[in-house]
Design a protein around this ligand. Sequence first.
Ligand code: PHB
Length: 262
Amino acid sequence: MANSPSGDSVTERLLRVLETFTPTRTVQSASEIGRRAHLPSSTAHRFIGELVETGLLERDEDHRIRVGMRLWELATRSSAALRLRQAAMPAMERVQARIGEHTQLAILEQGEALFLERLSSPDATSNVTRIAGRLPLNASSSGLVLLAYAPAELQERVMAGPLVALTRATIVEPAALRRKLAEVRRLGHALAPGFIEEVATGLAVPVRDPSGAVVAALSVVIARDAAVDAPLAALHRAARDIRVALESRAGGMGRVAASALA
Ligand code: PHB
């Protein structure tokens, strides 16, 4: 890949530009993108112009830039994550209808919990997760499940820190985190009372593919002091249903999902 005079490759530059977009910053001027991506102004304008021409970025009538539908289309159509989400959707809808609280599906992605889907309801408990948003592994119930079943090497890397506290309840002591992960494996679920927000408890279970490998975490966020038995039963049942749905999909979906997360 051709390198610029500053030595970065086109791929690195593209990634830096795309990473300037966030869940709360979806529209920017070309100059803002250039500054945030550390590109010289003329380079930024030329490069962004090329990306607009290919459809990876789009320009609105005020000349502001947003992520293009073409990028969404290319990223989505062959995505293992999308197939996992589709297999999970009916079971997630059943959990959401039964419990009436936010229901999320997350996978392990580069040391964080990445949320593929979130079903909400108007009266649901407060919830900070967003679709395509991330939460730390040590802080969220989904993250704890994903970490508990992750390769030992990743567990050690996370344990080596830094472990970020989002509230006073978030586990930041490596020894305490180790004990929590053992508890998650023993119980088969993760309870995260007040770890992300003081007012909420996250509750998550592993989702397994037909081979038994954990490929995702399914969670609900409930009020801090709410009873956990009914949500837990609904989550376990849904996780079993998702495994069956993965099994019945053509083409060995489970293996695809597992390899996508490796
Ligand atoms: C959790 O999964 O633990 C969690 C996620 C989002 C929240 C609260 C808890 O807002």
